[in-house]
Design a protein around this ligand. Structure first.
Ligand SMILES: [Ca+2]
Length: 438
């Protein structure tokens, strides 16, 4: 395979009012990689080129994997395990297989029962149906028009829990609206065929209010076993949105919980509170791109922070996760955002990163293919150019590992495949679909 030179530009958000107003076009919370022009997508069989075996390395000496100094050294963790956990090292040899390359800014991935996988392409607003056996991916027709620029466009794809009988697919996207855009979730019935298509599309959620921003709308979709759908949102990066992150009258900076038909569950935490939007499940978030359920069906999220403030949070209904009042980071200008890292009534992150990793997707490994990884958290790292592995014990992070760093690629997504392999999407144009197997 040809090695593509990369021009990595890391432009991070400036969050002050001045930056938000004057530099918004030049800032990106979610660093951008510019690659060479597109090539045709090719899918390679499992034994094709592109394999690599990660070297086996010895056990940890107790030092953290992060060795760079923090951006905000005066902010101290609230408890010992809250940051810079000791390094751990995967002992199981594994190989990395490149299944596709030249994906155009892929974001979401979902496996169909049987064979095939859906992959979204963010900016172009395309939904691809790919097989893992060498066939070229095909575009699914009937996807709504998206506001595809910067961090916006077509984001996540999830199958309804009853997909086997309903064929219902859910997509999150930046919906173009009068006065700007907002995250929306559409559900539609997938019809296989030539071409494959979505039909009977209906929007089941619209984030309010509409703002004119190309950033921080969240977008991760997670179905709970009871059938409810969690949708992660963000505060749009601009100051006008940031100040709404803890406001119960706004969806910005929230995680919401809806029923599959778009109605609101009656047992949501604020469903009976006057003036509160009933779909809100938790509040005080900056931009949540990673979310997953653990073995006890508890919702965990990886949250994109400012400089020095990425967080792992355990989500409980009705809780306030503090953004922008508390946190561990600072503006990209170096200015203060938070007076303090703690405040009464505001939740502490289970873990934070300073310097940041820039978390994309989060998955919690539950399969048998890698017994060593069972229960571990995997986060797709963008600016960190790593697959971040966390080992937790009693809801504390006791080990951290950075995998695939030698590839020098930004990772957008990580998901567990049906057979227990980990599948990853890299970021940007000419992006790849990778599979990790023992
Ligand atoms: Ca927080």
């Amino acid at each position: 395979m040809r090695v593509l030179p990369k021009d990595v530009q890391m432009l991070r958000t400036c969050g002050t009012a001045l930056c938000a107003l004057s530099l918004i076009a030049a800032c990106a919370a979610d660093p951008v990689v510019t690659h060479e022009p597109e090539q045709q997508v090719q899918v390679r069989p499992a034994d094709g080129e592109g394999q690599a075996t990660e070297p086996r390395v010895g056990p940890s000496n107790g030092q953290p994997v992060e060795t760079a100094p923090p951006n905000v050294p005066e902010f101290k963790p609230a408890f010992a395990e809250q940051t810079r956990a000791p390094a751990v090292h995967t002992q199981t040899p594994f190989k990395v297989t490149e299944l596709a390359h030249d994906l155009d800014n892929p974001w979401g991935i979902a496996f169909l029962p049987g064979a095939g996988v859906f992959i979204t392409e963010k900016i172009a607003g395309r939904l691809l149906l790919a097989s893992l056996d060498g066939a070229k991916p095909v575009e699914v027709q009937g996807v709504p028009r998206v506001a595809g620029a910067d961090q916006g466009g077509l984001l996540d794809v999830a199958l309804s829990p009853d997909y086997a009988t309903s064929q219902l697919v859910y997509l999150s996207y930046y919906e173009p609206r009068e006065g700007g855009n907002g995250l929306a979730v559409v559900r539609a019935r997938f019809v296989a065929g030539t071409p494959p298509k979505l039909e009977r599309a209906r929007v089941v959620f619209r984030m309010q209010p509409t703002l004119d921003s190309t950033k921080h709308a969240g977008g991760r979709l997670v179905f709970a076993p009871d059938g409810a759908l969690f949708i992660t949102l963000g505060e749009r990066s601009i100051l006008q949105g940031r100040v709404q992150a803890r406001d119960l009258a706004s969806d910005l900076g929230k995680i919401v919980r809806i029923l599959p038909d778009g109605t609101i569950p009656k047992d949501n935490p604020f469903s009976a509170r006057a003036g509160a939007r009933p779909e809100i499940y938790s509040l005080g978030h900056r931009n949540v791109l990673g979310a997953a359920l653990d073995a006890q069906n508890r919702l965990w999220v990886a949250e994109m922070g400012p400089r020095g403030g990425d967080e792992l949070n355990l989500i409980q209904p009705g809780k306030d996760y503090g953004w922008p009042t508390i946190g561990y980071g600072e503006e990209y200008s170096g200015e203060r955002i938070h007076q303090s890292t703690q405040a009464p009534g505001l939740e502490q992150p289970v873990y934070y990163w300073d310097p940041v990793i820039s978390p994309g997707a989060l998955t919690i490994y539950s399969a048998d293919l890698f017994p060593e990884w069972k229960g571990n958290f995997f986060i797709a790292g963008l600016s960190s150019q790593a697959l971040v592995r966390l080992v937790l014990k009693a809801d504390r992070v006791v080990g951290e590992e950075r995998l695939l760093t030698s590839r020098k690629e930004r990772f957008r997504s990580v998901v567990q495949g049906p057979e227990g392999a980990l599948y990853l999407l890299t970021d940007g144009s000419n992006a790849k679909l990778l599979r990790l197997t023992p």
